[in-house]
Design a binder for this molecule. Structure first.
Ligand code: NAD
Length: 474
């Protein structure tokens, strides 16, 4: 792909300067719909009040209009300049991931997040007439977004929530403030041009834990959606409000002796290295049957994996990327294999995408969700042992798992035992979110609360509407 980085950088600087100027406080007392400067408000309370006013208007809009608003969001994201700016700023501000892969992920969110077609009405008819069960809005939704997919989550949440008739107040990760503001601005401008009520999407000028707390407690916020680690998922689930939690994973991969080993090796490296391993669904550790492990490692090395065999070096690597609490160091999350190896004093080319090493099953790099392209491989006696160890490494997150095998019984055993929201067979992890696999996409995968791959209907209440003794035409 031809990318003129300097040109995009200039565009990003200009756009961020504009957003910052636009979100400066206004001295005058403008009407509420004119405050906030395309969705960015000085206080969380103002962002919520504006969102509540906008939702009242959206409630009375036609489905056709809601679909038009979703399409306006898609078009704004797919606009070349916008797409390049948000993808570049996302990497620059958070220090996480790869520009080329952010382009793919943002495009995916814009194109494959379902709109109003997801809201399928159920009808029951009989001698007593007609009963409809319809997906209806909750109202104002408070959505908390992660550093790892800051723009992707705003795009797919906005489309899904507005399709469902809701408005959304975002509380982005503080380390993704600029890019979240830029995107909220872009989307609100596109919505205005499409004739939508102002402030369907709002956020606060200075995202913080305090502002998230205000959002969680505000009576006008009817639903909370957290995409992030365990702390924020626990928090929204303990508020007493309707909450959707899309939490952490630690996706294992099992490879057995029946698999196409060359394909498995390539798929694993492709999935593990995508956006430098930050997607919550990405391959984080491998359990391979002993008889094929050597060949699997050989094939992975032919596909961009760098193997570390020296035990001391593996421990030095672990120490380098891990903080005193045993968690991944922020400065290494979403960095490339080349960058990490360089810090270890090893120089490699751009073709190296993943760092692999054989470890014991209880090694820290196996048990911890590291979110960087470091992939431990654990040798197992047979496929049943590999499945059992994968179950332990997944920690009951029930998030995502992969298996490369042609044995239907063992594939079934793994799927049943791990109970993950996403189970991918003989493909890279991203097939599970609609890249090379069937089905829609989302960047809010709700395992803990059970909605699965969220879409418009996940953010709706089911309501029954009954007409007695009429409109039954059989
Ligand atoms: P994070 O948990 O540090 O932050 C996520 C969001 O929650 C941020 O906006 C942050 O400011 C906020 N937050 C965190 N703790 C909080 C608290 N105590 N009170 C108020 N707000 C709080 O996660 P991250 O590093 O941004 O993202 C990576 C994590 O998210 C990984 O664990 C990954 O697996 C998970 N994730 C899950 C999904 C999914 O769909 N299930 C998608 C993306 C990321």
């Amino acid at each position: 792909m031809e990318i003129d980085v300097n040109v995009i950088e200039k565009m990003v600087r200009k756009a961020v300067a504009e957003v910052t100027a636009e979100s400066a406080p206004k001295a005058c007392c403008a009407a509420p719909e004119k405050q906030g400067n395309y969705g960015i408000f000085e206080t969380m309370n103002d962002a919520i009040e504006a969102s509540a006013a906008a939702q009242k208007k959206l409630l009375f809009s036609k489905m056709e209009e809601r679909q038009k608003y979703c399409d306006a969001i898609r078009a704004a994201v797919l606009d070349k300049q916008n797409m390049e700016m948000i993808s570049m700023l996302s990497v620059e501000e958070t220090g996480i991931g790869r520009y080329e892969h952010k382009l793919i992920k943002n495009r995916l969110a814009a194109v494959k997040t379902p709109g109003t077609e997801d809201l399928i009405t159920e009808a029951i008819t009989g001698d007593h007439g007609l009963t409809l069960i319809e997906y209806c809005p909750f109202g104002v939704i408070g959505a908390i977004t992660p550093t790892t997919n800051p723009t992707e989550t705003i795009i797919c949440n906005s489309i899904s929530m507005i399709a469902g008739g809701n408005t959304v107040v975002f509380s982005p990760h503080p380390r993704a403030t600029k890019v979240s503001h830029l995107l909220v601005n872009i989307l609100n401008k596109a919505l205005e041009a499409a004739g939508a009520p102002a402030n369907l999407i709002t956020t606060v000028r200075e995202p913080s834990i305090e502002n998230t707390n205000i959002m969680c407690e505000h009576p006008k916020v009817r639903m909370l959606v957290a995409t992030g680690g365990p702390a924020i998922v626990r928090k929204v689930m303990s508020t007493g409000k309707k909450a959707i939690g899309a939490g952490a994973g630690n996706p294992p991969v099992v490879v057995d002796e029946t698999a196409d080993i060359e394909k498995a090796a390539k798929d694993i490296v492709d999935g593990c290295s995508f956006d430098n391993n930050v997607p919550c669904i990405a391959e984080k550790e491998v359990f391979a049957v002993d008889s094929i492990t050597d060949y699997l490692i050989h094939c992975m090395k032919q596909n961009g994996a760098y193997e570390i065999t020296d035990r001391d070096l593996i421990e030095r690597l672990d120490a380098l990327v891990t903080n005193e609490k045993g968690k991944p160091k922020v400065e290494f999350v979403g960095k490339s294999a080349k960058y990490i190896l360089d810090k270890l004093g090893i120089t490699v080319g751009d073709d190296i995408r993943v760092i692999i090493m054989e470890t014991k099953k209880d090694h820290h790099l196996v048990t911890e969700e590291m979110m960087m392209p470091i992939l431990p491989i654990v040798r197992c006696r047979d496929v049943d042992e590999a499945i059992d160890e994968a179950y332990i490494a997944e920690h009951g997150n029930r998030h995502t798992a992969m298996m490369h095998s042609k044995n239907v019984d063992k594939l079934t055993r793994m799927a049943k035992l791990l109970e993950t929201t996403i189970f991918v067979k003989n493909n890279p992890s991203y097939a599970g979110i609609g890249v090379g696999g069937e089905g829609h996409t989302t960047f809010t995968i709700a395992g803990p609360t059970g909605e699965g791959l969220t879409s418009a209907r996940s953010f709706c209440r089911k309501r029954r509407c009954v007409l007695s003794d009429a409109l039954h035409i059989r």
